[in-house]
Design a protein around this ligand. Structure first.
Ligand SMILES: C[S@@+](CC[C@H](N)C(=O)[O-])C[C@H]1O[C@@H](n2cnc3c(N)ncnc32)[C@H](O)[C@@H]1O
Length: 242
């Protein structure tokens, strides 16, 4: 990303609201966005599912009120489309319950869907009268469907990915960490060394960490100070392996 006065520096994590930080990012400068935005569900009630020992979950997860989710989604996606380079692409994670808002936001932002991926993971929870949710939607969208990065690493790159969640047994983690393996797969397919990768809802910092590991530049925003600190620590190596 070209430096302009007031523009965020690359290879840094910024603490704050993505809706306030995104406008400072110069237009057309980001090659790839990978993001798992907040979901507008009562996440606190579900967090034990993500890390069986509640005391190892770092508190403070910031949610969006349900009635505001549509406008919140449209606002950040409009900014995401603006900051993407002409050949840029974005991967957005969504559970099934907010998928309608995510799809409408992508349409409103003028982005074109290339694939609707499914991430399938094991989820050891017990349900009585419904199926156990064990998948996520990942929308792979681009600015220009005729011109975008796609490094065809596998001969048959299928749209269902089976990748286990990381439980980080006995260690502190944030409640919704994406597996590094999943982020790495996206990075290798949809970016090249030296590209700039943005995650406006960084959480524990997986996207920044893996981007740096793979020789990409990164930029991350996170509103919860404890998560920001966790992400910065993991970049500097103090929280151990990812
Ligand atoms: C689903 S989590 C992201 C998890 C992340 N991909 C990881 O691997 O750890 C969404 C994150 O967005 C943060 N968040 C919520 N609202 C935000 C906002 N307006 N600006 C920046 N971050 C926000 C939450 O605190 C949470 O950490």
């Amino acid at each position: 990303m070209r430096r302009r006065s007031g523009a965020p520096e690359v290879d840094r994590i910024y603490e704050g609201d993505a809706l306030e930080l995104l406008p400072a990012v110069p237009s057309g400068t980001v090659d790839l966005i990978i993001t798992d935005p907040p979901f507008a569900i009562d996440f606190k009630a579900q967090r034990l599912n993500y890390n069986r020992k509640g005391s190892n979950v770092i508190e403070g997860y910031q949610e969006i009120p349900e009635g505001e989710y549509g406008s919140f989604t449209r606002s950040w996606m409009a900014e995401a489309a603006r900051v993407l380079a002409p050949s840029g692409s974005m991967y957005v994670f969504s559970g099934w319950n907010r998928l309608r808002d995510i799809l409408e936001g992508l349409d409103a932002a003028g982005l074109t869907t290339v694939n609707h991926l499914i991430w399938k993971y094991q989820f050891g929870v017990f349900t009585k009268k419904k199926y156990v949710t064990s998948h996520y939607h990942i929308l792979f969208v681009v600015k220009d469907p005729k011109h975008y990065t796609f490094n065809k690493i596998d001969h048959y790159p299928e749209d269902v990915w089976v990748i286990s969640r990381e439980y980080w047994k006995g260690r502190k983690k944030t409640p919704t960490k994406l597996p590094s393996e999943l982020v790495k797969k996206i990075l290798l397919y949809s970016s090249n060394p030296g590209d700039l990768v943005l995650d406006p809802f960084l959480g524990s910092g997986t996207v920044a960490y893996v981007a740096r590991q793979e020789g990409r530049h990164f930029l991350g925003f996170e509103v919860v100070p404890e998560y920001c600190a966790f992400a910065r620590d993991s970049l500097s190596g103090t929280t151990g392996r990812r």
